[in-house]
Ligand binder design. Structure first.
Ligand code: 3UK
Length: 508
């Protein structure tokens, strides 16, 4: 794509922010927080002061790494952009991480400094290998306060003259097992994700208002709630604590036009939607996990919108296969985003034709570069990124998600994809949420086990379990029905909304 031919010297913040202000867009709204409303010019000034703090009193040089830690908030967004503008590398971390996990990330990424929200100070101070250069924001005015140092800086800062392929971001995967993997991304990658998925699918412009739940520390949120809006001169709402109820209220209050969140969140919002005004929304993007048909249907009923499902990965920085604005095929994720190619590979790494399930491989302007990790050679082969996802392509070239490759249930010789069984269960009136996994079984190798959260008004009973089993048998091949049904109050999820199937498999 010609729009991806970037100059060799490039600082993505100069492109995303400084150009908008220089072009006369300084007064346009950029970010809304619970108590703030920053124009592009105001955001630029905060970013400049933060960059000046890093390069001045903190003594950092370009290429240094800065750990960032805070809930979604305009100042957290300014901190990410300030780090990049200063020529340093942002290492954003999820707010719920514990000291031990933070220590592992800091050790792995060799951070030189930390910018941390004061509310998360306690865990940060406990973290091993924390650099001395640690500043807190949203705290008091004393020593170690980012805001106090910002006040001493001038409002201007010339963007560091970085190369387009200088690393600007190290994003850690949300994987909950094993050593965390850091993925490195360049200044040009940041622009490339803006010029691929949102440009072709959302067709956003300066009148749009983006809103959603993913943390800025998750590349889904960093793109959808900060980079994409800036690229087109639009604004975003950044809220710290979001529930389905508060997000619905915020959509109506701000008259948001584009929403980003995970499938379960849409499902929960749909149940409450009749009491809210969703008329401002024109696009809803779902990512993070597979989008069940039942969820797509109830969101359509609640909002009138055909949801845009997109699969992205931290390794690829953002979404690489999605529905496009007009071309939505329920049941399929969609087609490769313009700029990307995708294919399905068999166990030997050979491409398979339509209708055959295999491993999804993708190639495009962004790709996986693990920070010092032997798993690099397993992920990238001849320029193709090998995701951990089992997919199938239909005769028209739409890509259909089946399961994570390591989540496929093998029962009495059959391959069964948990999400297919979940999709059926979610259509049952008693089911609020569910997760389907393989459970070890002496006779069949594994059996299909459903973990079910009931809607209020329904009580767990053997009779209800039997009725769920019959419901599944009546709609898909009977060998896929859950031989075991367990009722539970809640399902284990990551901070990014993903079901933690390994925890279900381990559950007693
Ligand atoms: C799964 C999906 C089915 C899939 C992400 C949008 O989720 C993101 O990144 P992660 O590194 O996880 C990647 C894995 O999550 N997945 C994501 N989206 C879908 N499965 N349908 C989907 N629509 O297993 C993938 O390999 O946490 C999502 C943008 C940026 C991201 N980092």
């Amino acid at each position: 794509l010609p729009e991806l031919d970037y100059p060799q010297r490039l600082n993505c913040v100069a492109e995303l922010l400084d150009k908008a202000v220089a072009g006369g867009g300084g007064a346009r709204p950029a970010l809304y927080g619970e108590h703030e409303r920053w124009s592009y010019a105001q955001l630029q000034e905060k970013v400049n002061r933060i960059a000046a703090v890093l390069r001045g009193p903190l003594g950092l040089v370009p290429g240094n790494r800065v750990l960032l830690r805070g809930a979604n908030h305009p100042l957290m967004a300014a901190a990410v952009l300030g780090v990049l503008k200063a020529g340093c590398i942002a290492v954003p971390t999820m707010p719920l991480l514990r000291a031990r996990e933070l220590g592992a990330i800091m050790g792995k990424s060799q951070v030189n400094a930390v910018l941390c929200a004061d509310g998360l100070r306690e865990e940060m101070e406990l973290a091993p290998s924390r650099p001395e250069r640690t500043l807190y924001f949203h705290g008091g005015a004393g020593a170690g306060s980012l805001e106090a140092l910002m006040a001493d800086q001038g409002p201007h800062f010339e963007a560091c003259d970085t190369a387009a392929d200088d690393v600007c971001l190290i994003s850690f995967t949300s994987g909950t097992t094993g050593v965390p993997k850091g993925t490195m991304h360049f200044h040009r990658d940041v622009l490339a994700i803006c010029d691929c998925f949102p440009r072709h699918t959302l067709k956003a412009d300066g009148s749009d208002l983006f809103i959603g739940t993913p943390p800025l520390a998750f590349t889904f949120g960093l793109g959808g709630l900060l980079l994409f809006p800036l690229r087109v001169g639009a604004a975003a709402v950044l809220l710290e604590k979001l529930t389905p109820e508060t997000l619905l209220r915020a959509i109506a209050q701000y008259r948001a036009t584009i929403s980003f969140t995970a499938p379960t969140f849409y499902r929960q919002m749909a149940a409450l939607a009749p009491q809210h005004d969703l008329s401002s929304l024109r696009k809803s993007v779902s990512a993070g996990e597979a989008l069940p048909l039942a969820t797509r249907a109830i969101w359509k009923e609640a909002s009138g919108l055909a949801m845009i499902d997109g699969i992205g990965a931290t390794e690829m920085l953002h979404i690489f296969i999605s529905a496009s604005g007009e071309d939505i095929r329920p049941g399929a994720t969609g087609k490769p985003v313009p700029g990307y190619q995708a294919c399905i590979l068999d166990g030997e790494g050979k491409p398979v034709g339509p209708g055959v399930i295999g491993r999804l491989a993708v190639k495009g302007p962004t790709g996986c570069r693990y920070l010092a990790d032997p798993r690099q050679k397993d992920y990238v082969l001849n320029g193709w990124n090998l995701t951990g996802d089992a997919y199938e392509m239909d005769a028209d070239g739409y890509f259909i998600y089946r399961s994570r490759t390591d989540d496929m249930i093998i029962s009495a010789g059959y391959n069964i994809a948990g999400p297919e069984v979940e999709e059926v269960l979610l259509r049952h009136p008693a089911v609020a949420e569910c997760g389907v996994v393989g459970k070890a079984d002496a006779e069949r190798g594994q059996i299909v086990e459903a973990h079910v959260v009931l809607r209020s008004g329904f009580d767990a009973s053997p009779a209800l379990a039997a009725s769920l089993q019959e419901f599944v048998k009546a709609q898909i091949a009977p060998y896929k029905y859950p031989r075991s049904v367990r009722f539970t109050a809640a399902l284990p999820r990551t901070e990014t909304g993903k079901l933690q199937r390994f925890k279900l498999r381990r559950a007693e």
